[in-house]
Design a protein around this ligand. Structure first.
Ligand code: HXC
Ligand code: NAP
Length: 289
C-alpha cells in the first residue's frame, strides 16, 4: 500500500475547484491534495466556523489559497452565491466536487417523511443544484469544466437501512452518466467515485452509532482486510479532476477493496470455511478417484 501523493506536482496548477462539504472528512482530504497540486479551493457547507478553521489550517499546510463560503446546498440562491464569490476571488472556476451528504442508519419504517426528505434533499437536490448552476454558467461563458460526484456502491445495489441515501446516490449516478453524454459537447466532463469504508467522524458517528462499531467492524467486510486511507481516495479524485483523465467521461470508479463484490458473490461466504475442511473435501474427492 502507498499513501503518498501520486500525481505530478502541477497537475491542478491554476485551477479553481469548489468542494461541497469541503471542511470535514473526505472533502477536506481531497481538497487538501488539490491544493498540494496547485489548485485554488472554495470550500462550502452549512457551518461557517468549521469552514473558516479548516481553510486556515489547509492554507498553512499547503501554502495554497482557500475561500470558505457558507451555503446550504439545498438552497439554489445560496449555491449561486458560492459561484459568484468564487469568481470574484479567483476569476474562473474549473472544477466542482459534489461531496456534501447527509445520512443515518435506521429501519425505514421508523423514519419520518421529513427524515427521508432531508437526506434526499442534501444529496440529490444539493448535487443537482450545484451541477445545474455551475453548468449553466460554464455553458454561457463557453468554458470547459470538470465535475466529480461522490456516490456509494449501494447506488447500484441498493441497501436496506440507508434507503433515503441509496435513492439519492442512485439519482446522482444517473445524473452523472446522463450529463456526461449531454454536456460533452460543451467540454463539460462528469465522473463519479464510489468509496467503500473510509473512516471519518461524520460517517462513523451516523452509520455506526453507539456500540455498532464494536459489533460490525467495517474492515471485516472488505476482502483486502482493511478500511481505506484518505490519500488513496484523494489520489483517485485528483486524477479524475485533472486533465490527465480527459478521456474518462461518465464513469463511476469504485475504491472499496472489493467490498461490494464480496457481498454480491453467491459463494463469498465460503471464506469462513477453514483450511482443514477444504483439506478433508480434497482428500475425499481423491478417494473417489
Ligand atoms: C432517524 C433522524 C436521525 C436518525 C435525524 N433524523 N437523525 N431520523 N435516525 N439518526 C430526523 C429528525 O428526527 C428530523 O425529522 C429530520 O431527520 C431532520 O433532522 P435534523 O436534526 O433537524 O436535521 P439537520 O440538523 O439538518 O441534520 C441533517 C442530518 C444530519 C442528515 C440529519 O445527520 C447531518 O447534518 N448530516 C450531515 C453529515 C453526514 O450525515 N455525514 C455522513 C455522510 S456518510 P423530524 O420528523 O423529527 O423533524 C455517507 C456514507 C455512505 O453518506 C456510505 C458508507 C459506506
Ligand atoms: P462528513 O465529514 O460528514 O461530510 C459531509 C459534509 O457535508 C460535511 O462537511 C457537511 O458540513 C456537509 N453538508 C451536510 N449537509 C449539507 C448541506 N445541507 N449543505 C452543505 N453542506 C452540507 O462525511 P464524509 O465521510 O467525509 O462524507 C463525504 C462524502 O463521502 C459523502 O458524499 C458521503 O456520502 C461519501 N462517502 C463516504 C464514505 C465513508 O466511508 N466515509 C463512504 C462512501 C461514501 P456541514 O455540516 O457544515 O453542512
Amino acid at each position: 500500500m502507498r499513501t503518498d501523493g501520486m500525481l505530478k506536482e502541477d497537475a491542478l496548477k491554476g485551477q479553481t475547484i469548489i468542494v461541497t462539504g469541503g471542511g470535514t472528512g473526505l472533502g477536506r482530504a481531497m481538497g487538501t491534495y488539490f491544493l498540494e497540486l496547485g489548485a485554488n479551493l472554495v470550500i462550502t457547507s452549512r457551518k461557517i466556523e468549521v469552514l473558516e478553521k479548516a481553510a486556515k489550517e489547509m492554507e498553512e499546510q499547503t501554502g495554497g489559497k482557500v475561500l470558505p463560503v457558507q451555503c446550504d446546498v439545498r438552497e439554489y440562491d445560496q449555491v449561486e452565491n458560492v459561484i459568484a464569490k468564487a469568481k470574484e476571488a479567483f476569476g474562473e472556476i474549473h472544477g466542482l466536487l459534489n461531496n456534501a451528504a447527509g445520512n443515518f442508519v435506521s429501519p425505514t419504517e421508523r423514519l419520518s417523511h421529513r427524515a427521508v426528505n432531508i437526506v434526499i434533499d442534501i444529496v440529490l437536490k444539493g448535487t443537482t443544484n450545484f451541477t445545474l448552476a455551475l453548468g449553466k454558467d460554464w455553458i454561457r461563458a463557453k468554458q470547459p469544466g470538470t465535475i466529480l460526484n461522490i456516490v456509494t456502491t449501494y447506488a447500484w445495489t441498493g441497501s436496506g437501512y440507508v434507503v433515503p441515501s441509496a435513492c439519492a446516490k442512485a439519482g446522482v449516478l444517473a445524473m452523472t452518466r446522463s450529463l456526461a453524454v449531454e454536456w460533452a459537447k460543451y467540454q463539460i466532463r462528469l465522473n463519479a467515485i464510489a468509496p467503500g469504508p473510509f473512516p471519518t467522524e461524520g460517517a462513523w458517528s451516523r452509520l455506526l452509532p453507539g456500540d455498532l462499531i464494536d459489533k460490525f467492524d467495517p474492515a471485516k467486510l472488505v476482502p483486502v482486510g482493511r478500511v481505506g486511507e484518505h490519500q488513496e481516495l484523494a489520489n483517485l479524485a485528483a486524477y479524475l479532476m485533472s486533465d490527465y483523465s480527459a478521456y474518462v467521461n461518465g464513469e463511476v470508479v469504485t475504491i472499496d477493496g472489493g467490498e461490494w463484490l464480496m457481498g454480491a458473490g453467491e459463494f463469498s461466504h465460503l471464506e469462513k470455511v477453514p483450511q482443514e475442511m477444504w483439506d478433508m473435501l480434497e482428500a475425499s474427492r481423491g478417494k473417489k478417484g
